[in-house]
Design a protein around this ligand. Structure first.
Ligand SMILES: Cc1cc2nc3c(=O)[nH]c(=O)nc-3n(C[C@H](O)[C@H](O)[C@H](O)COP(=O)(O)OP(=O)(O)OC[C@H]3O[C@@H](n4cnc5c(N)ncnc54)[C@H](O)[C@@H]3O)c2cc1C
Length: 460
């Protein structure tokens, strides 16, 4: 850091209520950890903001000193854009409050909140809104890119349930955006990531959910993969939207309901979630068992908040991760063959291929209703390369890329910005499809200097 920037940093400390961390501070190294251990960046300044009024001085500081600016929600983004090297990171880890207005079925959420923070607060009232499947993920990044999870079939994407936001723009103005106010900006923010400003409050609509739902796993031998997948694609065509079934192909973790001989072997897992009437669950789930001869299963009524954490132990921070993702409108034979081929050569015990089912409410939203464009997608397929040793980087990344290429001919045009790595900037225009030109126009108006560029960037 230059002496000039160092002096300016001292001044910044006096202008915001939150904390400023710089290299050498005892908390600095912890504050620059994010989920993906492949990212090792060292911001010159980490501004742990305390309230919305702290944001404008930090943006002005970055601009005055010509420093890059990044924004950190809960730091889960695979691309690592939450951090910058040598610039300023706005860090929301001290702004995690969630307020619920149960009567109006609304949640007001600060940008450092995780999905667990939101679910806990809303489920205290038997309410929820669709979010992702790993509870430590940040609500901010997830929402700004779209957001899907177990409730998406029934209630749409996270952005489909976003009612309003408070935003601080590149010129430091604090404004609100909703369908009625700054409607263009609200349109862009719903899918356009952090390209348009710093969101300091999200307002979501909520739905009655649980508090108990029926959920769990059925685990089949990998040798039956083709027959499971073929029946799965047929089954989900007519399954009610309260029922969501995904597919995960990986090596079996040591789950207590599986025989020890299966641990570490390739398996096909059907994670099942049902939020309808409990009495109906068994009848709906029974056909899934007949897909093959299962190694074991664990399904039952449980609190929604617990199921939301069910995958956390497999997705802890600190591992090395590399993802590649496609959307699919259907799973044709070619796609299934590629999935089975690459799930048969997993390069590490933690690598997996998952198929997330998102067919339902979100398909009924017009593709130009908001920035997120690909309303035809029924499945999101993610190849999740995950390993611990840097020596395995090459083989794990190569596996993910080769699978991505092999499955590309069967994928639909869209892709999900929240699953894109830092090197995939060339996929951004395709990710927004016919909405891209309008996004560029809005970017020119709200951030002509591209201050907010550490994201899947829409260039002004
Ligand atoms: C283990 C795991 C599981 C996941 N599961 C799902 C899933 O089920 N469904 C799903 O949809 N996604 C899922 N994701 C993807 C997830 O949605 C993205 O990684 C998302 O970006 C995470 O948000 P974050 O706040 O934690 O990330 P961060 O890395 O903190 O932020 C990501 C980006 O969002 C922008 N941003 C963050 N906060 C703000 C703000 N307040 N204002 C403006 N811009 C901001 C910035 O550009 C930042 O670089 C998963 C990710 C992981 C790691």
């Amino acid at each position: 850091m230059t002496t000039q920037v160092s002096k300016a940093t001292e001044e910044l400390k006096g202008t915001i209520k939150g904390r400023i961390l710089v290299p050498g501070d005892p908390e600095y190294d912890e504050a620059r950890q994010i989920w993906n251990a492949m990212i090792d960046r060292r911001p010159a300044v980490i501004a742990q903001c305390a309230n919305p009024a702290d944001i404008a001085p930090v943006i002005a500081f970055a601009r005055r000193n010509k420093l890059e600016l990044s924004i950190r929600g809960a730091g889960h983004n695979i691309a690592g854009n939450a951090l910058c090297d040598g610039g300023v990171t706005i860090d929301f880890s001290n702004m995690k409050n969630v307020r619920v207005d149960a009567a109006k079925r609304r949640a007001f959420v600060e940008p450092g909140a995780t999905l667990a923070d939101l679910d806990k607060a809303t489920q205290a009232h038997g309410l929820a809104t669709p979010v992702g499947i790993n509870s430590t993920t940040g609500i901010a990044g997830l929402t700004l890119g779209g957001g899907f999870g177990w409730l998406t079939r029934q209630y749409g994407l996270t952005i489909d349930n976003l009612v309003s936001v408070d935003v601080t723009t590149a010129d430091g103005k604090q404004i609100q955006a909703s369908e009625k106010e700054n409607a263009d900006l609200f349109w862009a923010i719903r899918g356009g990531g952090g390209n348009f400003g710093v969101v300091t409050r999200f307002e979501f609509q909520l739905f009655p959910v649980g508090p108990e739902i029926v959920a769990g796993l059925i685990v089949f031998p990998f040798a039956q993969a083709k027959q499971i997948l073929t029946q799965y694609r047929q089954f989900v065509k007519s399954a009610p939207e309260e029922l969501n079934v995904w597919v995960v192909l990986r090596k079996a973790p040591p789950l207590p309901f599986l025989p020890e001989s299966v641990h570490g072997k390739e398996v096909v897992v059907l994670p099942i979630f049902y939020s309808g009437a409990k009495a109906e669950a068994e009848k709906l789930i029974a056909p899934l068992r007949a897909f093959g001869t299962a190694h074991g299963e664990h399904i039952g009524a449980q609190p929604y908040v617990e199921w939301q954490k069910a995958f956390d132990p497999l997705l802890t921070p600190g591992a090395r991760n590399y993802w590649k993702s496609h959307n699919f409108t259907e799973l044709n034979d070619g796609a299934l063959s590629a999935i089975v081929e690459f799930a048969g050569k997993l390069p590490s015990p933690q690598c997996e291929i998952f198929i997330g089912l998102i067919a339902g409410a979100q398909n009924r939203v017009a593709p130009n209703a908001m920035a997120y464009a690909h309303r035809d997608a029924k499945f999101v397929l993610n190849v999740h390369g995950r390993w611990d040793d840097a020596n395995d980087d090459r083989k794990c990344i190569a596996w993910a890329r080769e699978f991505f290429d092999a499955s590309a001919p069967f994928a639909s045009a869209g892709s999900y910005v929240n699953f894109m790595t830092a090197e995939e900037g060339d996929r951004v225009a395709a990710a927004y499809g016919s909405n891209y030109d309008r996004l560029v126009e809005i970017k020119k108006r709200h951030d002509p200097e591209n201050i907010f560029h550490l994201n899947q960037n829409i260039k002004p």
